[in-house]
Design a protein around this ligand. Structure first.
Ligand SMILES: [Zn+2]
Ligand SMILES: [Zn+2]
Ligand SMILES: [Zn+2]
Length: 435
């Protein structure tokens, strides 16, 4: 393929940020800036059977691979198309049985290595940035990250060496894993459920801002980048790498830890939303600054503890953890405080898992409005919350509230996903069915 770039944009050197993407013309809110097919991708294990391994289509009539009985496809074409990648796992899954457990990153990296072997030219995913050009930030890795990296390399050898002849040496693999960790994407559905992992080199070219002017959504395994703010010629195009719910200090910490840079975007400089995000409960005697500080400390610990507990605690234990922390934080934090919202969101997730629809609904109702205040005007987090809530209402026969919430979701999705996206068509149909 000849390198023809991406129409209306150019790669450039951004002051202090290194390479980036810049607009050469106007982009209106909701306009598609570009689409990028995945260079490599992998469906997450939990979604097997619900989505096609090859094209990520969600449907109920998939058929399974006759050998491993673990991978599911739309039809023979999808199965054939996927075989060059699925063959890395098909026999191995049969041989190892329950003990087959490479991480999703390992699965993705094995596919990247295979793809690199069969591609000699620039791919359609690399019109402006080659995968080989990804930053690895190897010099900034701490021992914890280094250990994880080494464990991934060991797993790659263990699960894949039979099916990939002469794997690259350890130094090359260390670099590749570090590159994928800094530049990889997770693919999510319209409710932000995790579907898989992928690399989209051209999408990775965009620098980060906490007030991004584009949003990335997915159509199958293709990433689509749409403007969510008016973009003028000459302006840099910014994506967000992180969840924007949290206050400036937390965002900066996260960006430094995962992407190794200090954010200096307008939001990080003005901190205009921090006060509302850290709202304190109105009390007759306001808490001392020390009390607030120690509660923030508690909140961050509980968030981390909960993240770990998800792997081994039962749903009811998890729900109790949420309720206890909400009670404790609620003595000082307002219900709109982002740490309260974080735990309510987790509690809602557990309720949905337990099919406690009323519980999920009441958490959703508390979350959705503050979300729309804390997040930027067009946000997938806000859209997915309205969507979940709307679908809950309809399931509970609350027709008017349901339609109202779905319409709110739709208004954001028409901009972020585009009017012709199948998710948008689906939500429209759900609204239509209520008439
Ligand atoms: Zn398919
Ligand atoms: Zn198979
Ligand atoms: Zn920022």
């Amino acid at each position: 393929m000849k390198n023809e770039g991406i129409e209306g944009t150019e790669r450039f050197l951004s002051p202090d940020k290194g390479r980036g993407l810049r607009a050469l013309r106007d982009f209106a809110v909701g306009e598609l800036v570009f689409a990028c097919p995945a260079y490599s991708y992998v469906l997450t294990v939990n979604e097997r059977g619900a989505h096609c391994e090859h094209c990520f289509t969600r449907r109920e009539d998939l058929f399974k691979c006759g050998k491993c009985k673990q991978a599911y496809y739309c039809n023979v074409d999808c199965q054939r198309g996927d075989w060059p990648m699925h063959k890395l796992e098909c026999v191995a899954m049969c041989t190892h049985g329950e003990n087959w457990c490479p991480s999703e990153t390992v699965r993705l990296v094995s596919r990247i290595i295979m793809k690199q072997r069969v591609t000699t030219e620039r791919t359609p995913s690399e019109r402006l940035l080659l995968l080989k050009e990804f930053e690895s930030h190897l010099d900034k890795m701490d021992s914890e990250k280094d250990e994880m990296n080494q464990a991934d390399i060991a797993a790659l050898h263990y699960f894949y060496s039979k099916h990939i002849s002469d794997l690259p040496d350890d130094q090359e693999l260390t670099e590749l894993f570090a590159q994928v960790n800094c530049n990889g994407f997770t693919i999510e559905d319209e409710e932000l459920s995790h579907l898989g992992s992928a690399v989209f080199p051209d999408v990775a070219l965009m620098n980060h801002s906490c007030s991004p002017n584009v949003i990335v959504t997915y159509k199958g395994t293709v990433a689509e980048v749409r403007a969510v703010q008016e973009i003028n010629p000459g302006e840099e195009i910014f994506n967000s790498y992180i969840d924007l719910l949290y206050p400036t200090e937390d965002r900066k910490e996260r960006l430094l830890d995962s992407y190794f840079f200090g954010c200096q975007c307008t939001e990080c400089t003005t901190k205009s939303k921090d006060k509302a995000k850290m709202e304190i409960r109105k009390l007759s005697s306001p808490p001392e600054p020390e009390e607030i500080k120690s509660m923030v400390h508690y909140a961050k610990n509980v968030i981390e503890e909960f993240r770990k507990a998800k792997h081994y605690k039962t749903p009811s234990e998890l729900l109790e953890m949420c309720e206890l922390s909400l009670e404790k934080m609620g003595a000082i934090f307002a219900d709109t405080n982002v740490y309260m919202l974080h735990m309510m969101y987790q509690a809602m997730g557990v309720c949905l898992y337990m099919q406690d629809w009323d519980g999920a609904m009441s958490y959703g109702e508390k979350i959705v409005y503050p979300y729309s205040v804390h997040y930027p005007p067009y946000s997938l987090n806000v859209a997915s919350m309205y969507l979940k809530l709307g679908r809950l209402y309809l399931g509970l026969e609350k027709k008017t509230q349901g339609v109202k919430a779905l319409k709110k979701a739709l208004a954001i999705m028409e901009i972020a996903h585009g009017k012709d996206h199948h998710y948008v068509a689906e939500v429209k149909r759900e609204i239509e069915e209520q008439k």
